[in-house]
Every structure is written in C-alpha cells, then in structure tokens.
Write a protein that binds this ligand. Sequence first.
Ligand code: AMP
Ligand code: MG
Length: 321
Amino acid sequence: MQTRIGTSVTEVAYLLSIGELVAIPTETVYGLAANALDEKAVQSIFRVKNRPVFNPLIVHVKDAEQFSKYASEVPAICLKLAKAFSPGPITFVLPKRNVIPDHTTGGGNSVALRIPHHPLTLELLNQLHFPLAAPSANPSGYISPVSAQHVFDQLAGKIPYILDGGDCPVGIESTVITFEKEKVVVLRLGGLGIEDIERVAGKVALQINQSSNPSSPGQLKSHYAPKTPFLLGDAAKLISENKEKKIGLICFGDVEIQNSAIYKSINLSSKGDTYEAASKVFHAMREMDAAGLDLIIATLIPENGLGAAANDRLERAAAEK
Ligand code: AMP
Ligand code: MG
C-alpha cells in the first residue's frame, strides 16, 4: 500500500467512512484513527500497531454535546472541566453506552472521550457522522509520533494517508481522568497540568503507574521507549560509569555538562520551562535514537507544570523491557 502525506480533510473523511485507517494530527501526538463505531476498522488499529487488545482506545469527538451519546453518565464536574479545557489535552473516562463496540474499549465497560485541539482534525470531526478511535500512531511500545514524518517513518506501507498538521504543539499524550462520585481521579499524567485541573475541580486523586492490574490499562511500565539503551538519573555519575560508550545526553535548564563521552546533547528547555520540555521530549528521544549511540542518558526535570508528565515519559523510556 502506498502511503501519502497531505492536507485533504475531504479525502481523509472519505477513507475513514469506508473503514480505512488514517493518521491524524492533534495538539498532543499524531493519532491512528478509525471509525470508533466500526468494529472491523477498530480491530485493524490493533493489528497495525501490534497493540494488546486489552489496551483501550481514546474516542475523539467534536464537542462536549457528543459525550452523552457515547457515555451513559456524564457528571456535572466533567462538563465543567470540558468547558474549561476542551478542545484540549484532557480525556474523560466515563461509563460506556452500547453503541461503542467492546473492541474500542479493550473489553471494558468505560469509554475514554476527548475533544482534540487541532484545526484540521476538528474540521474532519465536523464532516464525519461518527467519532474517531485514535491511539498514538506508532507501533505499540515505541515513542509516540509528534510529526507527520515520524508517522511515515514507522507506518509507511500500512496506512493510505497521513493528514499533515505540522508538529504537535503539546507534544505528549493527553491527561486521562475519571470520576468517583464528583471527585476527579487522574489515571495518566499528560498534556494538561494537574494544577490546572485542580483550579477548576479541587483536589484530585492520583491513580497512576499501576502496571499489574491497571484501571487505565495502557499504563504498562515500559512504553514510549527508544531502541537505544536509555538510563535516567544523575547525569554526571552515569556518564562517568559509561565513559567508554558513545553517549547522548538529554538535559534540562541551565546546566553545563562537558565530557568527551558525550557525542550529542539535547537540552529540553535551556530556560527551564517544563511545557517546552514536554513538547520536546519525544522529538529528543527520536533524534537520539537515530544518532547511532550506544547509550542515551537523561535527567529528571522539576515536577511543576508538565514536568511530572514529561518525567513519566522519561521513566517509561528507561523502564526494563
Ligand atoms: P493512547 O491513545 O495510545 O495514548 O492510549 C490511550 C490510553 O488512555 C490507554 O492506554 C489508557 O491508559 C487510557 N484509556 C483509554 N480508554 C480508557 C478506559 N476506558 N479506561 C481507562 N483508561 C483508558
Ligand atoms: Mg500510545
């Protein structure tokens, strides 16, 4: 199959309506989209990504009015958060209605709903008569794509079209939340900071990194990983322990580490901005992975803003495979 990269929303709408898969841009990462209500199309997402069938997909809709079509209960606090932050990098896990096939939700009885903040994809959703199931457009376990070229590098020949919306401005996946009564429970850290959610919804509970029996099943420990060995921690110490290797260093802020073993270095934000760091973290991992290194070393960044979410991706990249 030939894979084209282009900007035709009409063509993408047509391909999706006949059950094909298309890569779409969002503000977080590129998604591998299919009609969320079409069981067959959804199954091909799992096949192309080699994704475990129990790992549920996020369903993308055009506005919050759609939530009650696909979810049987939509708490008031959910609508309040959607009003504040959607379209945007926040995903709401709600009890599902039967129109959503079990395949879409990994067999579970909840559905994850999100309104993506990207002009092309919102235009697309407005042309369609169905919502879009779209996980990140990468083979399962590898780094999420944040440009059309990243998608092409890994899925060329497997999908007919990549809708090119430029680089993803947020650059990491959405924050996933659910509700217990009217209280917010965060299932995955992501592109919307916890402080922002708490400003609207009050104190939240965190239920993340539960890889044994996760309530958000995509939270498997090793994820988002480059192929090159990846170590996270005290850079100076790790470099001195690996002096004989060709090292790539991912750092943050006003630091100056010089060592002849460092073959390439990328600063996620020299001015110390955690939002900038999050937007660069997957770019940096890909660039390092393509640089022919023996080892990538990275340091954790401050937890404020999107720092905790960026650290989560770094920790998963460093986790045992
Ligand atoms: P991805 O689209 O690849 O970023 O993955 C979507 C992630 O959202 C999943 O791996 C889960 O962690 C989370 N998610 C999606 N649907 C649900 C759901 N129904 N319940 C809990 N978590 C979900
Ligand atoms: Mg993913």
